[in-house]
Design a protein around this ligand. Structure first.
Ligand SMILES: C[S@@+](CC[C@H](N)C(=O)[O-])C[C@H]1O[C@@H](n2cnc3c(N)ncnc32)[C@H](O)[C@@H]1O
Ligand SMILES: [Zn+2]
Length: 378
């Protein structure tokens, strides 16, 4: 047993069984997302449904004044006794620990009163989304904070598993990490819709081996239908790198640019991945905290604030240069060239050496060529 310090909590852990230090960054940004909801004034009853050592929930309660109560749940008796110890050591008075299987607990609790459910399973969160939405059914507004570590499945390395777990086709291509987040959100939107909830993603990231999404659920038939209208397909040409997206069906079967067969990903979420206000709040709040990853969080949020209003998918400059048979170009110079031609452009947190823009593949190709024809300024 060792004691680790993260954020405002000091936790006894049993590495590697109930604690993964690689996820500290994920817990940091999640805690910021939790407190950013507080800007609206409401207090939250939080369920950390797969709590392990309890570190996530305990941090949310210790760091954020908008957490009214905390329930830590785990099916492992060892995890629960560790979580109890940690609740006591961190003097979290508003917390309780319960040993149960998450779906059993969520379906069988007669009058659930959670505002935020944290789902952080080993692998796919898909088997837990239904019970989570069911247990929030009496709330006009609620939140889900979800981590998926089955990134290989969502990114298309195991497309049959993606079809089975998310009822969606992935594509293993240069923007597969964004597609992964959109497939997860698409699955959540469909599940939530059956409970009369529309979804608004407030925050989404892909990092290391995980996808993290933080989502607001609002009750209402119209909101649920609106969410369903944000589902569609992204089609991608592996030959010329052209791409299109459309709801509810794929735009074309073949690439209009080069006539090659398109690959299609979906159904997936085509709406926004981030709320501008949430990202802004998180950035301000991060400045006031002293997380170990403070600078890294700031860079991530800055990147996201630049990409958040741009359309789905990004262009991999390495792939484009290779197709053109030219040397590598700097994303900054390509962005500059795109902006000079009247397009918007940003980098993306999903992948280095990529550019997100409202231009098409032909516009990005032209920008790359223009950059290479101009001498680099000293
Ligand atoms: C990835 S760990 C959670 C890590 C923790 N949230 C953290 O940040 O350190 C997953 C936890 O979920 C628990 N678990 C797995 N399946 C479960 C289920 N169906 N119901 C309840 N707990 C479950 C495991 O015992 C394990 O402690
Ligand atoms: Zn093509």
């Amino acid at each position: 047993m060792v004691v680790v310090k993260e954020g405002n909590a000091a936790i006894t852990v049993r590495k590697p069984l109930f604690y993964n230090p690689e996820m500290e960054f994920c817990r940091d940004v999640s805690s910021l997302a939790v407190v950013s909801i507080g800007a609206e004034g409401g207090k939250l009853n939080v369920l950390d449904a797969m709590c392990a050592s309890g570190i996530r929930g305990i941090r949310y309660a210790a760091e954020n004044s908008n957490v009214a109560s905390l329930l830590l749940l785990d099916s492992s008796p060892d995890a629960c006794s560790l979580a109890k110890k940690n609740v006591k050591a961190n003097k979290i008075k508003k917390a309780k620990v319960v040993e149960d299987e998450v779906n059993h607990f969520l379906f069988c609790t007669p009058k659930p009163n959670f505002d935020l459910i944290e789902l952080d399973p080993f692998g796919s969160p898909a088997p837990f989304l239904h019970a989570a939405c069911y247990s929030l059914r009496n709330k006009p507004r609620a939140y889900l904070s979800i981590t998926a570590t089955d990134t290989a499945v969502l990114c298309g390395a195991h497309s049959a598993a993606c079809l089975k777990n998310y009822q969606a086709h992935p594509i293993d291509n240069e923007f597969c990490h964004e597609l992964a987040a959109r497939i997860l959100l698409g699955k959540l939107a469909r599940t939530a819709s059956a409970f009369n909830f529309g979804i608004t993603p407030l925050f989404a990231i892909s990092k290391l081996h995980y996808i993290k999404v933080f989502v607001q659920l609002d009750v209402g038939a119209e909101k649920a239908v609106d969410s369903m209208r944000s589902l569609g397909y992204v089609s991608h040409c592996a030959k010329c790198l052209n791409r299109e997206w459309r709801a509810p069906m794929p735009a074309h079967l073949a690439c209009p640019a080069c006539k090659s067969q398109y690959e299609h990903a979906g159904p997936l979420w085509l709406g926004q991945l981030w709320s501008k206000q949430t990202v802004h709040e998180m950035q301000t709040l991060n400045h006031a905290r002293n997380y170990k990853g403070k600078l890294q969080i700031d860079s991530l949020l800055t990147l996201i604030s630049e990409e958040l209003a741009l359309p789905p998918t990004y262009f991999d400059l390495h792939k484009i240069s290779k197709r053109l048979g030219v040397s590598a170009v700097s994303p900054d110079r390509v962005m500059d060239a795109l902006r000079k031609s009247g397009f918007r452009a940003s980098k993306t947190h999903f992948q280095t050496n990529c550019v997100r823009t409202d231009g098409k593949i032909g516009d990005v190709r032209s920008a790359v060529k223009r950059v290479l024809s101009q001498p680099r300024r000293a």
